[in-house]
Design a protein around this ligand. Structure first.
Ligand code: 13P
Length: 280
């Protein structure tokens, strides 16, 4: 059943667990993730970046893939379809028109007043369509991108003026693989959570030790974004399969060779974060 992400995350906040949001790269990934979440009886958040949306063909394709899989595979858990790092009002509007139930507007590279203005434009349109909105403050790190921690006053201003549903504050995590030990500003997360009282989102979930993920939930994190971890695990298995079976050319066999690794990772993560069993 397709639901709003708000429904999933308010329950997570109240019951103090987190739901992983898995980035989807193609039809098979959506299928593997949905089946694994269904087996875990965990609510599912399937998120698509603009890059992934372009890759698969468009916003309508993303929604159709998820809806069709839910129907044909008899998936019975609540599922939210989320736009990850929407870069413009137009992108969020296209996602909403196609049937995404949640969008992220990432205006974090703009000065705070402009971030608020653009985010507000998105929330006004999204809420009219019963779609929830995630926004970002500060800079989440990444390849050639330096971290800039979320300013608490900016977070409060963004919530009060733009009426967002969830916030991704930059807390020290990075997108992609870590070089060195991850660092999360837990006290900052806790303070933001207490002042804003809305579900917080942790980006860059790959490579963060389990105990740090659990501590982040104690500090108000309700959604943890995971992309690279599944890509690394899947590609490792596919490489091995191709090496061991160098006469295979059926793409179904090649892609499927990474299915088990994805499913095991999803089931383990849902259990760790406490979302397993919550879809009952
Ligand atoms: P990772 O690729 O580091 O898991 O981050 C995913 C993410 O935050 C998507 O927005």
């Amino acid at each position: 059943m397709i639901v709003s992400m708000k429904e999933i995350l308010i329950k997570a906040k109240t019951e103090k667990y987190a739901v992983a949001a898995y980035n989807v790269n193609n039809l098979e990934w959506a299928k593997f993730i949905l089946e694994a979440c269904n087996d875990s009886k965990s609510p599912a958040i399937l998120e698509f970046s603009e890059g992934a949306i372009n890759y698969i063909g468009g916003y309508n394709v993303a929604v159709s893939i998820v809806k069709s899989l839910i129907k044909d595979l008899n998936i019975s858990i609540p599922v939210a379809i989320h736009l990850d790092h929407g870069q413009s009002f137009e992108s969020c509007k296209k996602a909403i028109e196609a049937g995404f139930t949640s969008v992220m507007i990432d205006a974090s590279s703009l000065p705070i007043e402009e971030n608020i203005k653009l985010t507000k434009q998105v929330t006004e349109y999204a809420h009219k369509n019963k779609v929830s909105v995630e926004a970002e403050i500060g800079t989440i790190g990444g390849k050639d991108i330096n971290i800039s921690y979320a300013n608490i006053n900016d977070c409060q201003k963004l919530l009060s003026e733009a009426n967002i549903d969830f916030l991704a504050p930059a807390l020290g995590t990075v997108h992609g693989l870590y070089h060195g030990k991850p660092h999360i500003e837990f006290s900052r997360a806790k303070e933001i959570s207490e002042k804003l009282n809305i579900p917080l989102v942790l980006h860059g979930g790959t490579g963060i030790p389990d105990e740090m993920l659990l501590e982040s939930i104690n500090c108000g994190i309700c959604k943890i974004n995971i992309n690279t971890e599944l890509q690394v695990k899947w590609s490792k298995e596919v490489r091995k399969y191709l090496k061991d079976n160098n006469d295979v050319y059926d793409p179904r066999k090649i892609i499927k060779s990474g299915e088990k690794a994805i499913k095991e990772a999803v089931i383990q993560k849902n259990k760790l974060l406490g979302s397993a069993g919550k879809a009952l």
